[in-house]
Design a protein around this ligand. Structure first.
Ligand code: FMN
Length: 358
């Protein structure tokens, strides 16, 4: 039987072997605090490539030290960090998965405690390794310290840092890149009127609030060339009155389309605390709305956990691919299991594991 989940998908010069992809997931596992990937990252990501994922996006990776959420995040601002990613990319590709990396700056949500391994939460104090954070305006995320408002020179430096990290990602062999403009991190903070009250050309009208993101996109495209796909992750709504809505996001995506972005990874929220109606596939309607109204390919994410549910999202034309986060943490072999459940014969079950799938 044919299933869309297992149909290849092509963007620019990259063909993804299927449409079950892994979204970026911070591991907070850089114990040396130097942004350099470890054996954990290789085994964690490698297991999901072995398990049949079509694409794997490495976790939010800081383009500058101050752009990390925590000291335990990955970074890509130097060559040592680049070189440590090479064996990971090589292994993902050897298993048939396309390798991507999420380039990120955490903005006013940077410099926090890691999400596990400590019972402390909130901003990391300066005398314990924390740093002063940057945002569009001097408005704090509730519970975190107040950021400095970035000056134009600071914005220009960060644009350059995204480009430099994208260059290193290409040197490491990545097949595609994703720019993190969601979840209340720096680029989302600029997009949303809830966090951006600037009066210069980076604030005010939506086209101004999108300027920083578009500059990053253009700078990254300049480094990765025409053959490499570029994704952007957006929060399609702030789930809050006065914040970003789906209509705003459609406008942003229409701009991104003119700036050579190939796919929108559609998430929501996290720029301000909000009540979110969480349930199975709760963000899929946003991926669907963006795809339908802009014609730009989308990937849907958020509580997609079942093979038939995932197939249905694609078959009903709501998205071009599905991203499974926590389900892939629970079962890194989800794609192999889904093929079995859907009675789909997969040509890429690892030979070493064939006896488990007979
Ligand atoms: C452990 C963990 C780490 C995450 N880290 C990131 C990240 O680095 N970048 C990002 O954009 N989203 C991150 N997310 C969000 C996921 O990419 C995904 O959007 C979210 O978990 C919803 O999908 P799910 O219901 O399939 O898990 C993370 C989620 C989890 C569970």
């Amino acid at each position: 039987m044919s299933h869309l989940l297992f149909e290849p998908f092509t963007l620019r010069d990259v063909t993804f072997r299927n449409r079950i992809w892994v979204p970026p997931m911070c591991q907070y596992s850089v114990e040396r605090k130097d942004g350099v990937a470890t054996d954990w990252h290789l085994v964690h990501l490698g297991g999901m490539a072995r398990g049949g994922a079509g694409a794997i996006i490495v976790e939010a990776t800081g383009v500058v030290p101050d752009g990390r959420i925590s000291q335990q995040d990955l970074g890509l601002w130097n060559d040592t960090q680049r070189d440590a990613l090479v064996p990971i990319v090589d292994f993902l590709c050897s298993q048939g998965a396309a390798a991507g990396i999420q380039l990120a700056h955490a903005g006013r949500k940077a410099s926090t405690w890691a999400a596990w391994g400590t019972d402390r939460t909130g901003s990391l104090p300066l005398d314990e390794g924390g740093w002063v954070t940057d945002g569009p305006s001097e408005l704090a995320f509730p519970g975190l310290v107040t950021p400095r408002a970035l000056e134009e020179t600071g914005i220009r430096e960060i644009v350059k840092a995204f480009a430099a990290s994208a260059k290193r990602a290409m040197e490491a062999g990545f097949d595609f890149v994703e720019i993190h403009a969601a979840h209340g991190y720096l680029l989302h903070e600029f997009l949303s009127p809830l966090s951006n009250t600037r009066t210069d050309e980076y604030g005010g009208a939506l086209v101004n609030r999108a300027r920083f993101l578009l500059e990053v996109v253009d700078a990254v495209r300049g480094e990765i060339g025409e053959s490499v796909p570029m994704f952007v992750r957006l929060s399609a709504t702030d789930w809050t009155d006065g914040g970003l809505t789906l209509d705003d996001t459609v406008e942003i995506v229409n701009l991104l389309k003119q700036h050579s972005v190939d796919l929108i990874d559609v998430s929501t929220g996290a720029n301000v605390p909000a009540t979110i109606p969480v349930g199975p596939g709760y963000q899929v309607a946003f991926a669907s709305g963006i795809r339908e109204r802009t014609g730009v390919p989308t990937a849907a994410v958020g509580l997609i956990t079942e093979p038939f549910q995932a197939e249905q999202i694609l078959a009903s034309g709501q998205a071009d691919a599905v991203l499974l986060g926590r389900e892939m943490l629970r079962d890194p072999h989800f794609p192999l299991r889904a093929a079995k459940a859907l009675r789909h014969e997969l040509p890429y079950i690892p030979g070493q594991y064939l006896r488990a799938y007979g």
